[in-house]
Design a protein around this ligand. Structure first.
Ligand SMILES: Cc1cc2nc3c(=O)[nH]c(=O)nc-3n(C[C@H](O)[C@H](O)[C@H](O)COP(=O)(O)O)c2cc1C
Length: 339
């Protein structure tokens, strides 16, 4: 078992220190609720939200903003370019009940970079400092940022970046342990970051992220880096019970509402399917089912067949039929072990 079972981010205590990573098209209310059904997650997250567009987004119908009372603590990740969007974006997310604000300083999409957001904002230090100061002035909520390692593996440069972020008042840093241009299929570099807080010389919590797909990697990553917590992205869409597995193995074993030790994959799939139907307008459901199935199908040896057949579907009914057909044919490998 790991000794540190919680982490404080500003006034918030996150326990266990296991964080859902923001993922566009994936970390909406349906996936967050599915994860909560298994338990084990310390902090949930939205996907990245444009601070410029947030004020005009309809919180009742927008899949980016739909949320339920049980989804707490919940971090809202902002994609922001300028101080001019701070006031209205904060007003909106405070009204929605945000528990924490995260700033995206890692996105490298050309459209985002062109406007000066994501990792480009981390290079526009003066504007970034003004944005963080303004956020801190206007809200009591804790503020974090998510970054990548940088262009090269350069600990001095990384340490300077983290020192700057700590200096401007951030409450924690999420570090995606890949270089800026590294694809997600490349191994993360947390093995090269032993005692991360010491080597970077910072005091605020550091949560590391990248390539955690089960309790073994989680244990290794925490033992090597001694980070304050772990953030999990794709692993949470493949195995929505991953937080429960890690919590039960490394932190503290607990019974949860879904409970059983063995996870029946079709049940998990259709639980997600029903959340989509219940929560989102019909035209917003099938795209999100396709996105999720791309990851969830990896639980099966020939899961690409499931992913591809759902990918071709026009609507949810058709997707249900092809998924049921796939599950019927793959009956022998339906059961996996949660912990
Ligand atoms: C489909 C997808 C969408 C993502 N969207 C975001 C995002 O909105 N904001 C962000 O900071 N990172 C985003 N990421 C990066 C993840 O938060 C995370 O850093 C990355 O997936 C590595 O973690 P993992 O190896 O646990 O998946 C995204 C990743 C994926 C796969």
């Amino acid at each position: 078992m790991v000794k540190r079972t919680k982490v404080k981010i500003g006034p918030l205590t996150i326990a266990p220190p296991l964080f859902l990573a923001p993922m566009a098209g994936l970390t909406h209310s349906a996936l967050r609720q599915l994860i909560l059904d298994f338990g084990g997650v310390g902090l949930l997250s939205t996907e990245m939200l444009s601070a410029a567009r947030l004020p005009s987004e309809n919180s009742v119908t927008s899949p980016y903003l739909i949320t339920t009372e049980r989804e707490h603590p919940l971090s809202y990740q902002l994609l922001i370019y300028s101080t001019k969007h701070v006031k209205e974006a904060l007003k909106k997310i405070e009204k929605l009940g945000a528990d924490l604000i995260d700033i995206n300083l890692g996105c490298g999409a050309p459209k985002v970079i062109k406007k000066g957001g994501g990792r480009a904002l981390l290079k526009r230090k003066n504007e970034l400092e003004r944005i963080i100061k303004e956020i801190k002035e206007k809200t009591e909520l804790p503020v974090t940022a998510k970054i990548r390692l940088g262009e090269r593996f350069d600990l001095k440069a990384l340490s300077e970046k983290c020192d700057f972020l700590q200096g401007v008042g951030l409450d924690a840093i999420y570090l995606h342990c890949r270089l800026e241009k590294e694809a997600f299929c490349r191994p993360p570099r947390w093995k090269k970051l032993p005692n991360i807080k010491e080597i970077l010389g910072i005091d605020i919590p550091i949560i590391i992220n990248g390539g955690i797909f089960g309790p073994e990697e989680a244990k290794e990553a925490l033992e090597i880096t001694k980070a304050d917590g772990l953030m999990i992205g794709r692993g949470a869409a493949i195995k929505p019970w991953i937080f429960k597995s890690i919590r039960d193995t490394l932190f503290i074993k607990q019974e949860t509402s879904v409970g059983p030790r063995d996870i029946y994959l079709p049940d998990v799939f259709f639980r997600f399917y029903r959340y989509l139907e219940k929560l989102f307008p019909p035209e917003r459901q099938i795209g999100r089912l396709k996105e999720f199935t791309h990851y969830f199908s990896q639980n099966y040896a020939f899961g690409n067949r499931l992913a591809m057949s759902v990918q071709r579907c026009k609507d949810m009914n058709e997707a249900r039929t092809v998924a049921m057909e796939f599950f019927r044919k793959n009956e022998k490998i339906l059961q996996v072990t949660a912990a």
